[in-house]
Design a protein around this ligand. Structure first.
Ligand SMILES: Nc1ncnc2c1ncn2[C@@H]1O[C@H](COP(=O)(O)OP(=O)(O)OP(=O)(O)O)[C@@H](O)[C@H]1O
Ligand SMILES: N[C@@H](CCS)C(=O)O
Length: 967
C-alpha cells in the first residue's frame, strides 16, 4: 500500500491528494504530528511511502510519481515544476507569509503571477490540453492567495486568465473532492505556515524551535531545532587542524586488520558490444560512485571489474564481425577500457576473464565442488545443426516462443523479447539455426550439473544472515528463487570458446558462462595482486565487506548461484554482504539493448561533446533505484540547465566571483550570526542525509542532497544581497564578507561531496578554491570552517555550460533506430533516399556552422561553444559518409571490387554475406587447416568487407592483416 504522510493543513499534501484523485490506484492518507518519533528522516512533510518502503520527500517528485507526466510534455512540465520550487513557492512564502512587507519581493510575486497569466492566455492548462502535475503544483500554491478576498483583490484583479484557471480547476472533481477531504488554511496564514516550517516540521516541540522574524524575510522556509543550531555553531568554531586527513591511495590495496575493508565489484560486462548507458549506470558507474565515497570515508577500498569474455555472446559477435572470438575480446576489451576511462571509472583493476588465472581457478572450483559431491552428470537433449556441424548454443537458435499466450516468432533460444520470459531452446516452435537458417535436430549429450537442491540448506542459512544489506529488489528476487525451490543447473556446454572442463571424456566441453563469470571476480583480483586471497579468504582478525553492483537480471547469479558455489567449496571464501541491484534504465521509453544496438552507447555519449561529468550526473540523477526509469534527451537538457547551471553552478560561481571582485580572491573575515548558523544547520542536515543515503547505496538521493545545499545557498545569497551590503556601512560590509565567506566554505564542502558523482567538476572546483578534498567522517557529520579568513582562493570559472534546448531534438533524431541503421545514414539501401539525405545533411551542416560562428563571435566561453563544435564535426562526418554512399549507388558498382564478388545491391544482404563468409573463415582457421586453403577465403572476406565499407561508408573492420599493417 502506498501511503501519503502529512500533518494537518499542509498545502503540499493537498497536491498529492489531488494527483491521487487523477489515478485509479488507491493510496492511504495518514495524518501525523510533526513531532511523531516514527516519522522518516529528514521529517519533511508530506512524504510518500511506496510499497517497498522507499520514501519520496519532494512534493513535485511525489506528484509526478503518482500522476506521471506524458512523455511529450515532460520537459515543459519539469521546467514549470522547477520554477515552482525555486521561484514561486519561496516568493509566496516570503512575500505573503512574512509580517514585514518588502516591495522588491512583492513585485517579484506580481511578475510570477503575470507570467502564469500570459501562459494561460490561449490555453486552458499550463501545459497541453489537460491537467498535468504542473497545474496541480502551481494551483495549490496560489489557491490560498486567491481565496483571501483582500489578497485576491491585490494580486488577481488584473489577471483574468489566471483567475479563470483557478476557478476552473477548483470546480474540477479531483480538486473539489480533495478540498472537501483535506482542509487547508487560506490567506496569509497559509504562507506564514509555509515560511515557518509547516512544510518541514521540526523533530521536537515548537517552543524549542527557532522561528525567526527579522527585518528582512527569512532565507529558508524551514526551521531548525536549538540543538541543531548549537551543533552547527560548535562545529563551525572547531579547530580544523585536528581533522582526519584523507589517506593516500596505496598502489596495491590489501585488507588490514581492525580497519573497514570494503571490497567492491561491478558486474563484468560482456564483450558483445560497446556498453550502453543502461549497462553503465546499472554496473560500473554505480559501483564507482560507491567506491569513491568509500575512499572519501578513508575506508580501505578495493574496486575491481573486467570484461566477461567467454560464452555465446562473444561467439555471436565474432560471427557477426567475421573475427575470431579472441579478436573480438581484444577489440572490445580495449573499447570498454577506453569508455570507462572517459567516464572516469576509478577501478583499482580492470581485467578480463580470458586470463590464465581464470582457467586455473575455474577448473579448481569445479574439481572441488565435484569432490564435495555437488556435481552430477546427465544426458541432455540439445539442438544440433548438421549443416554447421555444431551444437547450437541458446543464442544461435531462434523460433516461435513456446510460452503460453505469446506468439512472438523471433524468440531467442534463451529468452523471448516478445513476452520477456525465459525460454528453453529445445521447446522453440519451428527452430532455426541463426547462422545458416536450416532446421536443427535434437541430439543427446552428457553434461555436468551443479546440484543446487543439495546446496540449498547451506544457502538458506547463509542468506538469512546476509540479505539485510541487499537492495530491496535483490531480496525479492532471491526469495522468489528460494520459494520456488532450487533446481539443478547445467554448467557445461558443447562449445569451444570457454574454460575447458578438466576431466577425461569432457575435454570437448567448456563451462557455461554463468559458472565461470563470477569466478572472474576472483581471477581478476588475482591478476591484480598475488595476495588476492587476503580479500577472498581473510585472516580471522580481518573483516572484509563485499559489495556487488549489478542490474536486476544479474541478481539470481549473485544471490544464488555464486554464493552456492563459494559455500560448496567449504573453503571460507568471502561472500557478498551487499547486493546493490538497480532496476532497468529505458531509452526514451524503449529498451536499451546491446545485442540489438538500441539506445545511446558509451562512444555515442563521448561524441556529443557533453562532458563526461554531465553524463555521470544525469545518469545518477535518474538512476533506476527502486523502479525502471527513462533516459530522455529533453530531460537531460533540462536537468543540465536547471540543476547544474542555474542551481549548483550559479551558487558557486556567484560566491567565487564576488570574492574575487570584492575581496581580492581572499576568504573574508566572518562574523556569523544565528541566521548563518541556521543555514549551516540546514546544510548539515542535508550532508547527514547525503552520508546516510550513500552508505545505503541510495545514490540517486545523495545527489539531491548536494543540490539542496546549493539551493539553500542560493536563497541565502538572494536574501542577504551582499552586492547591496558591500556598498553600505562598515557593519554591512562585514556582513557581506560573512555571507561570502560562508558561501565559499559551502562551495568547498560541495567540492568534496560532489567528488563521487562528478570527479572532474570536483577537482576543477577545488582548483578554483585552492583547496583539496577532505575526508568524510560518517560517524560525525558536521560542517567545519574548511576555508578560514585570509585563505587565498584560485581563479573562478564557470563549471557548467548551457545546452541549447534544440539539442534535445537533434540528439533524439541522431540516435534513433539501431546502431546499424545509424551507420547506414538513414537507410541508404532505400536507393533514391540517398540524395535527399545528403541534401538534408548539407543543410544541417550549414545551419550548425552558422550557430558555431555566431557563438564564437559573441565572445562566449569555450565551454559554451565547444559542444556545438563537436556536433558540427559529427554532422560533417555524417555528410561525408552519405556523400560517399550516394556516389556508390549512383555508380551501380563500386570500384576496386574483384570480379568474383557480386555486388548484391542491398546493404542487408551484403552484411549477411560478410557474416557467412566470416563463419567460413573462422571454421577453417579454428579447424587447423593449412593457410593455403583458408587464405583465398580470407581474401574473399576482405573484398566483401571492403564492398560493405563503401556502401555503408564505414571503415573496413580489420582482421589481423590490417592490424599488422601488412595490407
Ligand atoms: N537497461 C539497463 N539498465 C540497467 N542495467 C542494465 C540494462 N541493460 C543491461 N544492464 C546491465 O548491464 C550488464 C550487461 O548487460 P547485457 O550485456 O545483458 O546488456 P543488454 O543490453 O541487456 O543485452 P541484450 O539486450 O543484448 O541482451 C548487466 O549487468 C545488466 O544487468
Ligand atoms: N556478463 C554478465 C555479468 C557477469 S558478472 C552481464 O553482463 O550480464
Amino acid at each position: 500500500m502506498v501511503v501519503i504522510y502529512s500533518n494537518e493543513n499542509n498545502p503540499s499534501a493537498l497536491k498529492l491528494i489531488i494527483a491521487h484523485n487523477f489515478v485509479s490506484a488507491k493510496f492511504d492518507l495518514k495524518l501525523v504530528k510533526p513531532n511523531d518519533s516514527s516519522l522518516q528522516e529528514p521529517r519533511h512533510l508530506p512524504y510518500l511511502e511506496l510499497h517497498n518502503g522507499q520514501i519520496i520527500f519532494m512534493p513535485n517528485a511525489a506528484i509526478c510519481y503518482i500522476f506521471p507526466v506524458p512523455e511529450k510534455y515532460s520537459s515543459q512540465v519539469n521546467e514549470l515544476l522547477e520554477w515552482e520550487t525555486t521561484i514561486l513557492s519561496p516568493t509566496l512564502a516570503y512575500t505573503i507569509g512574512s509580517s514585514v512587507k518588502n516591495e522588491t519581493l512583492r513585485s517579484k510575486l506580481q511578475a510570477a503571477l503575470e507570467k502564469l497569466n500570459t501562459k494561460l492566455e490561449k490555453n486552458n492548462y499550463l501545459v497541453g490540453e489537460s491537467v498535468t502535475s504542473a497545474d496541480i503544483s502551481v494551483w495549490c500554491d496560489i489557491f490560498p492567495l486567491y481565496k483571501s478576498p483582500e489578497l485576491s483583490k491585490e494580486y488577481f484583479s488584473a489577471l483574468p486568465n489566471l483567475t479563470k484557471w483557478v476557478l476552473k480547476l477548483e470546480s474540477e472533481p479531483q480538486f473539489k473532492n480533495a478540498l472537501e477531504s483535506f482542509k487547508i488554511v487560506v490567506g496569509q496564514e497559509a504562507y506564514t505556515a509555509l515560511l515557518n516550517g509547516a512544510r518541514y516540521p521540526p523533530p521536537t516541540v515548537t517552543n524549542e524551535v527557532q522561528i525567526k522574524e527579522k527585518d528582512s524575510p527569512q532565507h529558508q522556509a524551514e526551521a531548525v531545532t536549538s540543538e541543531e543550531l548549537l551543533a552547527a555553531e560548535k562545529a563551525w568554531k572547531k579547530d580544523v587542524s585536528q581533522l582526519p586527513q584523507l589517506k593516500k591511495h596505496n598502489k596495491v590495496v590489501l585488507p588490514v586488520a581492525g580497519e573497514k575493508n570494503i571490497f567492491i565489484t561491478s558486474a563484468l560486462p560482456y564483450v558483445n558490444n560497446v556498453p550502453h548507458l543502461g549497462n553503465i549506470i546499472g554496473c560500473v558507474l554505480s559501483a564507482d560512485v560507491f567506491a569513491r565515497f568509500s575512499r572519501l570515508c578513508n575506508y580501505n577500498t578495493l574496486f575491481i571489474c573486467g570484461t566477461d569474455e567467454y560464452g555465446t555472446a562473444t561467439e555471436t559477435k565474432a560471427l557477426e564481425e567475421g573475427l575470431t572470438c579472441k579478436e573480438i575480446c581484444d577489440k572490445y576489451f580495449k573499447i570498454h577500457s577506453e569508455i570507462y576511462k572517459w567516464f572516469n571509472i576509478s577501478f583499482d583493476h580492470f581485467g578480463r576473464t580470458s586470463n590464465p588465472e581464470q582457467t586455473e581457478i575455474c577448473q579448481d572450483f569445479f574439481l572441488q565442488l565435484n569432490s564435495n559431491g555437488f556435481m552430477f552428470t546427465q544426458s541432455v537433449d540439445q539442438l544440433h545443426c548438421e549443416k554447421c556441424n555444431r551444437y547450437l548454443a541458446d543464442r544461435f537458435v531462434e523460433g516461435g516462443c513456446p510460452n503460453i499466450g505469446c506468439s512472438y516468432e523471433d524468440a531467442r533460444g534463451d529468452q523471448c523479447d516478445g513476452c520477456g520470459k525465459l525460454v528453453n531452446a529445445i521447446e522453440l516452435k519451428n527452430p532455426r539455426c541463426k547462422v545458416c537458417g536450416s532446421t536443427p535436430e535434437l541430439k543427446s549429450s552428457t553434461q555436468f550439473f551443479i546440484d543446487l537442491p543439495k546446496l540449498e540448506p547451506l544457502l538458506r542459512h547463509w542468506m538469512k544472515l546476509s540479505e539485510t544489506g541487499w537492495s530491496n529488489n535483490a531480496q525479492v528476487i532471491a526469495r522468489a528463487w528460494l520459494k520456488e525451490g532450487l533446481k539443478p543447473r547445467c554448467i557445461t556446454r558443447d562449445l569451444k570458446w570457454g574454460v575447458p572442463v578438466p576431466l577425461d571424456g569432457f575435454q570437448n566441453k567448456v563451462f557455461y558462462v554463468w559458472f565461470d563469470a563470477p569466478i572472474g571476480y576472483i581471477s581478476i583480483s588475482k591478476a591484480y595482486t598475488k595476495d588476492h586471497e587476503k580479500w577472498w579468504k581473510p585472516a580471522k582478525d580481518t573483516q572484509v565487506t563485499l559489495y556487488q553492483f549489478m542490474a536486476k537480471d544479474n541478481v539470481p547469479f549473485h544471490s544464488v548461484l555464486f554464493p552456492s558455489m563459494l559455500l560448496g567449496t567449504n573453503r571460507g571464501y568471502t561472500t557478498v554482504s551487499h547486493i546493490m541491484a538497480t532496476e532497468y534504465l529505458n531509452y526514451e521509453d524503449g529498451k536499451f539493448s546491446k545485442s540489438r544496438g538500441i539506445g545511446v552507447f558509451g562512444n555515442d555519449a563521448q561524441s556529443t561533446g557533453i562532458p563526461s561529468d554531465v553524463w555521470r550526473f544525469y545518469l545518477l540523477y535518474i538512476r533506476p533505484e527502486s523502479q525502471d526509469s527513462s533516459f530522455s534527451w529533453s530531460d537531460l537538457v533540462t536537468k543540465n540547465n536547471s540543476e547544474l547551471l542555474n542551481n549548483l553552478g550559479n551558487f558557486i560561481n556567484r560566491a567565487l566571483m564576488f570574492a574575487k571582485n570584492n575581496f581580492n580572491k581572499t576568504v573574508p573575515n566572518m562574523v556569523p550570526t544565528s541566521e548563518d548558523y541556521t543555514l549551516l544547520a540546514l546544510c548539515t542536515r542535508e550532508m547527514k542525509a547525503y552520508v546516510t543515503a550513500l552508505e545505503k547505496g541510495k545514490l540517486r538521493d545523495g545527489i539531491r542532497h548536494i543540490l539542496s545545499i546549493s539551493r539553500h545557498g542560493n536563497q541565502y545569497v538572494q536574501v542577504n544581497q551582499p552586492w547591496v551590503l558591500c556598498k553600505g556601512t562598515e557593519d554591512e560590509k562585514t556582513r557581506a564578507g560573512t555571507v561570502i565567506g560562508i558561501c565559499c566554505n559551502l562551495a568547498c564542502l560541495i567540492a568534496t561531496l560532489l567528488h563521487p558523482y562528478m570527479p572532474d567538476t570536483s577537482s576543477s572546483l577545488q582548483k578554483q578554491l585552492n583547496a583539496s578534498t577532505v575526508a568524510i567522517t560518517p560517524g560525525n557529520v558536521e560542517i567545519v570552517t574548511l576555508l578560514p579568513p585570509g585563505h587565498k582562493l584560485g581563479d573562478p570559472a564557470p563549471l557548467f555550460a548551457k545546452i541549447e534546448p534544440t539539442t534535445a531534438e537533434e540528439m533524439k533524431k541522431r540516435f534513433a533506430g539501431t546502431q546499424e541503421e545509424r551507420k547506414n545514414v538513414n537507410g541508404k539501401e532505400k536507393g533514391s533516399g540517398n540524395n535527399v539525405d545528403v541534401k538534408a545533411l548539407e543543410e544541417e551542416v550549414a545551419k550548425q556552422a552558422d550557430r558555431v560562428r555566431q557563438l564564437k563571435s559573441s565572445a562566449k566561453e569555450k565551454s559554451v561553444w565547444q559542444p556545438e563544435v563537436a556536433i558540427l564535426l559529427d554532422l560533417k562526418k555524417k555528410l561525408e559518409v552519405a556523400q560517399k554512399a550516394s556516389a556508390v549507388q549512383n555508380n551501380a558498382k563500386p570500384t576496386g571490387i574483384p570480379n568474383n564478388v557480386e555486388v548484391s545491391g542491398t546493404l542487408k544482404s551484403l552484411q549477411d554475406e560478410v557474416t557467412k563468409q566470416g563463419l567460413v573463415v573462422r571454421k577453417l582457421k579454428e579447424g587447423g587447416v593449412e593457410k593455403s586453403l583458408w587464405q583465398p577465403e580470407v581474401d574473399k572476406l576482405l573484398a566483401l568487407k571492403k564492398q560493405l565499407a563503401q556502401v555503408s561508408g564505414e571503415p573496413v573492420s580489420n582482421g589481423q592483416k590490417n592490424k599488422k599493417g601488412k595490407k
